[in-house]
Design a protein. Sequence first.
Length: 228
Amino acid sequence: MKEFMTYLRDYAKLLHEASVWHNSKDILAPVINEQNIAVATDCYIYEFYCYISIVTDLQVTYKIEFKKGSGDFEYKFPQAAADKAGKPYFIATKEGVPKFQICAGTKIEGIFDSEENHPDISFQKAEANDTPTEDDLIIIMDAKYKENERAKLPKDEVYKFITIVGLFSLPKANFEKIEFFKYVGLDGNCLITNANSYSDPNNIRMLQKFAIREVQHFSPQKSFSVLG
């Protein structure tokens, strides 16, 4: 996990000190349940690594503006899904026009009140307010950290992501394509992992059918690949 921490600090500097990740001792240590604290922390750090890596890559194509939160969350992102109000996020603009928001751990209101499935990363419309609904979503991403990088994503995690994408009625029609620089292929609903994909690279029909992508080997000094 040290390599992820190093890259988090480096990427934070690239964002022109929009956050305080690189000089705060507790920014990556939010309140976590006593049970499985080590695993929870590793997973959270990996989610943060994916988030900050993506925002940094978008900085090449867009002007990235940091919108700070309030109170204890002025510069801190929640460890678990939380209300968007008072939490920080980023806005991507191009030629002075806001294009979309990049949010971490934001709760999204869906059409089924009983189903609470909140993505690790959500790309929301530029005009989305503090109580976003599925109509504000453009694409979503979930990050899955595996201690054994040679492991495969389990089937149930892929199927759960397919279900979440379906519940949010994604992808939305007629949204402007998100322009990545190095991370070409991440402009869709992505299930990201540092390990191996569940799907066989030679058989991606299921991913295509349900409009999702698996991103494998997404970690420092590794070459990732996108399936779907």
